[in-house]
Design a protein around this ligand. Structure first.
Ligand code: PHE
Length: 443
């Protein structure tokens, strides 16, 4: 094994790193705005089903493929199927990693901007903030630089250490914010919007958004869990590790909703306002609490760190590919890919008012406007769902479900009938359900 690869120091190290990848802006920024745009509780409910029925099985499929081959997504597929068309699934994952990271770093940059301004007690107008090109690109560049520095430190030194300390703190602060939010006057309407489903709001589009959100939030469909699984040791219980990551991730998303929606209704904001939602609502919560500037700055700091453990995982996939397959040094791979990703992200950074071309552009198939939202749909929803569809076929049928199952069972005490159930889901339910939902986009 080349020294530029690596292994987790322990199973706990893996859980923190995988949870660190999963937990990020997807939970705190994307989940609330998706739920707000797609009818609230009906979306939340569909999302939870997608996580349990589709997400978790796909996660186990990716982990088993990764550990069995100890490779990046492209190498893993090649190790099983040689130089075939299936390699394309791995390549799609590598490209998707770069594409998601390109705009993810933009939003992560906003959190840093909000952290700074909250700390110094300056109130930001969201629309004015995101429309100033110098500011957004500065913070985007800063965030990419941080990501590059951590990823060049390698798997253990960089990724594990950060995740271990700061994730628990985020959880704690969320609890504080939930208490403040639900005790605001008028918050009850928000809780109702969030928890009382109105299924008449459900259509194929909502289901597609919920499914895409499940993949996005769990970091699935682009081979991230193949890559992280490849650093696991054979003695580890992968099934329980995967389960814990999924539970933890879902918990944080649900908690973030409990922060946003009660407050949102209490201050009379529009739930369907899109990507700016949490940046508009959160400062209002901080304003309504004692030591608001302190809590606000601390929250944006922790959110930035949660985003960082996700951006490093997004960069790690293409880096692992170039290190394993193209024999680049880690440092070279990290800097080149980081720079390319930054450049690709600039148009997204400018698409909330700074440049009218990127702001006005619209994609009528999915009713999205603005380059950042379009990128988020294409890569964060569609490409991940397509990747998960292909990966479940690959693991269930091409590699062979029984080999995957044997890999999952190694290091796992009981995975007997549950394993058979998993096999059924990965071979039939996942491909069929994802295909139906995706095809509907074009009908
Ligand atoms: N899961 C991360 C989040 O919720 C985003 C991500 C997607 C990270 C895909 C890696 C791979 O913020």
């Amino acid at each position: 094994m080349s020294k530029d690869r690596g292994q987790w120091s322990s199973r706990i190290g893996f859980i923190f790193a995988a949870a660190g990848s999963a937990i990020g802006l997807g939970n705190v920024w994307r989940f609330p705005y998706m739920a707000g745009q797609n009818g609230g509780a009906a979306f939340v409910f569909t999302y939870l089903i997608c996580v349990m029925v589709i997400g978790l099985p796909v996660m186990l499929a990716e982990l088993s493929l990764g550990r069995s081959t100890t490779r990046n997504p492209v190498g893993a597929i090649e190790a099983i199927k040689g130089n075939s068309l299936w390699r394309g699934v791995g390549i799609l994952g590598v490209v998707t990693g770069v594409a998601i990271l390109s705009y993810y770093a933009v939003i992560a940059g906003w959190t840093v901007g909000y952290m700074v301004s909250t700390a110094i007690g300056k109130e930001l107008d969201f629309n004015a903030f995101v429309a100033s090109p110098g500011t957004v690109i500065f913070y985007q560049a800063l965030f990419m630089l941080l990501t590059i520095l951590v990823v060049s430190g390698g798997v253990q030194g960089g990724i594990e250490r950060w995740a271990k300390i700061l994730m628990p703190l985020l959880l704690l602060l969320l609890v504080v914010l939930i208490i403040r939010s639900v005790t605001l006057k008028g918050s009850l309407a928000g809780i109702e919007f969030y928890l009382k489903p109105d299924f008449s709001k459900l259509d194929f589009n909502v289901v597609l958004q919920a499914l895409g959100q499940a993949f996005f939030s769990l970091s699935l469909g682009m081979g991230l869990m193949i890559t992280y699984g490849s650093y696991l040791s054979k003695e580890d219980n992968m099934v329980s590790a995967g389960l814990q990551v999924a539970l933890f991730d879902t918990l944080i998303a649900i908690m973030a909703g409990f922060v946003i929606f009660p407050a949102l209704f209490a201050v009379g904001e529009n739930p369907a306002q899109g990507p700016g939602l949490v940046f508009v609502v959160l400062p209002k919560i901080f304003k309504a609490m004692p030591l608001g500037n302190f809590f606000g700055a601390a929250f944006f700091l922790l959110l930035a760190v949660a985003a960082l453990t996700s951006t490093i995982s997004l960069l790690e996939v293409p880096v692992a590919y170039f290190v394993d397959e193209k024999k680049w040094t880690r440092t070279k791979a990290v800097w080149i890919l980081g720079l390319v990703t930054f450049l690709v992200g600039i148009p997204s950074a400018l698409s909330l008012g700074a440049s009218s071309i990127f702001t006005q552009i619209n994609f009528s198939l999915i009713h999205q406007k603005g380059l950042l939202s379009i990128m988020d749909f294409i890569w964060g929803n569609f490409s991940l769902a397509l990747g998960a569809f292909l990966l479940s076929i690959f693991v269930g049928w091409i590699w062979g479900g029984s080999k995957a199952l044997a890999e999952l069972r190694a290091g796992t005490g009981h995975f007997t009938w549950q394993g058979e159930g998993w096999l059924l889901i990965i071979k039939f339910i996942c491909p069929i359900v994802i295909a139906i939902i995706l095809l509907n986009l074009f009908l």
